[in-house]
Design a protein around this ligand. Sequence first.
Ligand code: AVI
Length: 322
Amino acid sequence: ATPIPRLENLLSPDPTGDRQNLLEGLLQPQASINPKFFYDDRGCELFTRICELDEYYPTRTEAGIFDRHAEDISRALRADPQWVDLGCGDCSKTRQWLEYVSPARVIGVDIAGDFLHACLANIADGYPELECVGVISDFTRQLDLQALLAEQPDNPPVFFYPGSSIGNFARPEAVRLLRRIRQHCGTRGQLLIGVDLVKPLAIVEAAYNDAEGVTAAFNLNVLAVANRLLDANFDASAFSHSAVYDPRNSRIEMRLTARRTHTVRFGTSAVRQFQRGEHIITEHSHKYTPAGFSLLLEEAGFTQRQMWTDPEYWFGVFLAEP
Ligand code: AVI
């Protein structure tokens, strides 16, 4: 019988906490915005366009590795796993894997419930017999899938975390998230994760400063998100986008720099003046060496089993086990 699509809401909504976090960041002497605020509907749309840009190499490089090594990778994965797609979006990346792996079921985890409907439909269309559970969760805050995974104790989880989103966390947070994933692995679980690697500066900077200005629009859109969430009055035209590579920390820093002195009110609770030339940090995107990421995995209690890469070593797909 065809399984009934199942959608679980494990999200403990914390709009007040989110707002507080956003406001606190904006009022620090060095203003910053957590990059999770990028992804409202418009932000998701712009991010999809970024992934298709010529300059933005990570998406197609990772896809190329998956294409070239799909059989090898799938041989290294447990049989009949519970395939857990972290940040699944519409599950299009997982869907491609279904040609190579036969999971006992698919668990798609995303913060966006709308996406999960698309994900369930996407799997049902083509794989109607395959059970797919959509889980609405901010897994970067809490990962709480133990009860769900325990329903099928004979099917170890394979956590699939592509796209190098791990790079958007500061190192301690990245370790915390990987540790949480590891705690869900039991003895036989696995993690298949995509990681952007260190490479010549010009290539990385171009990826975050595309000629069409899509990344600039993506970056500036976060001010509209802040206006909505905080009842603020940012004028996006008073800021300009930039993205600079910091070789000491091996990361891109995305900034919004004030073109002129600009006073912003946050409802009735706060006011801040941005001086001309002052910037807000909106994102870090860390690039790892293969050895550096291996160490991060170890710190989280994982052992790296294998790494697949492209001919230029621009991107790595790591397989790790507890
Ligand atoms: C989602 N994340 C992996 C992207 C990155 O490359 O760090 C977000 C992004 N920011 C600007 N362009 C893409």
